[in-house]
Ligand binder design. Sequence first.
Ligand code: ZN
Ligand code: ZN
Length: 352
Amino acid sequence: MRAWAVVECGKPLQELEWTTPEPQGEQVLLEVTHAGVCHSDLHIWEGIYDLGSRGQMKLTDRGVVLPLAMGHEIVGRVLKCGPDAAGKVEVGKSYAVFPWVGCGKCAVCQAEEENMCLQPRSLGVYQNGGYATHVLATRWSHLVDIEGVDPSLAATYACSGITVYSAINKLLPMNPDEPIVLVGAGGLGLQAISILKALGHKAIISVDVGQDKLDAAAAMGATGTVLATKEGTTKRIIEAAGGPVAGVIDLVNGTETARFAFDALRKGGKLVQVGLFGGEMNIPLPLMPIRALTVQGSYVGNVKELRELMGIARSGKIASIPVANEPLQNADGVLNRLRAGKITGRVVLTAA
Ligand SMILES: [Zn+2]
Ligand SMILES: [Zn+2]
C-alpha cells in the first residue's frame, strides 16, 4: 500500500510504501476511495495546539507517532474482514469509516461513545488514516452504510458532519425561529447550515471574516450573515439576530471569536465551542451566574451520531455542501491551500 504521510511536523507529506496490514479480530481492511481534507489536519500536521498564555500542546507528547497517514473522513470499499468481522459487513461494498476510535473496553467505549474515551486511537491521528490507498478499520461496527449518498459527501459526515451534528444537538431542542449563530463559514459552517435546515431550524446567522465565505453561507441557506471585523462584531450579531442570542456554535474558537460569541449571548444562552483555532478566553465571572450562561466544548461525535446523520442524509434531506475532488496524491497541495484559507466547502481526495 501507499500512503501520503507526515514524516516531519509541518514539512511536505511524503509518499511512502508500506506493507498492507492483515485484518485481525474485528478489524476490516478497506481500499480507500474517498478521503476528506479537514481543517483539524492542519493542527495534526503542524503538531501543536495554541493554548494561549499556557503555551502550546504538542501532539507528539500526546501519543501521536510519525510517520502518520492523516485523513479521518474516509469512505472505502471492504477488501477483507478479520475473523471476528466475517459476515458482519459486505466485502466489495462501500462504507464510511467512523474514525474517532477509543480503547474499546471502557464504559464510554462500551456505550459507543468512543470520542470520549481517555485512550483515543483515532484514525488519521493515532493510527493511520485515509491519505493512503488502504485503511484498517478497528472494528466492523465502525463501518456505516452510505448507500444512496454521494460517497464524497458521505466521507465528510465522519468528521465535519458529526462534529456539527453533535454541537447542534447540544443546543436543540430550540424554537426553530430562534436564531442560532454559527461562527465560521468554512466546511464546518456550511455543513452546520445544511444539517440545521434538515432538522427544521429556520433562523441561522453565519459569521465569518471573509465575504466570499458569507456568500457561500447565504447560498447554503443562512438567513443572516455578519462580517467579523476587529470592532463591533458583537453589536452586528445582535442586530442581525434581533437581540442577544440563545445559542452560538463557535466553529473557529479563537481568542477573538470566543470574545464576540460570548458577548452576544442573552440570559440563559449557551456557547458551544468546537474549533481548534486556539488562544484563550477571559470570562468576567459574575456574568456566568447573573446571565445563567453555559459554555460547553464539543469534540467530534460518536458512531451512533454518524449512523443517525447518515440516515438523515440517506432520506435526501441534507443539501450537499460544495465538495471538490482531487487525486489522493495531491494531499499536500490541498493542505497548503486550506492553510492559506483558499478552500470553500470541502476538498475530498479520491483514489485514481
Ligand atoms: Zn476533522
Ligand atoms: Zn475506551
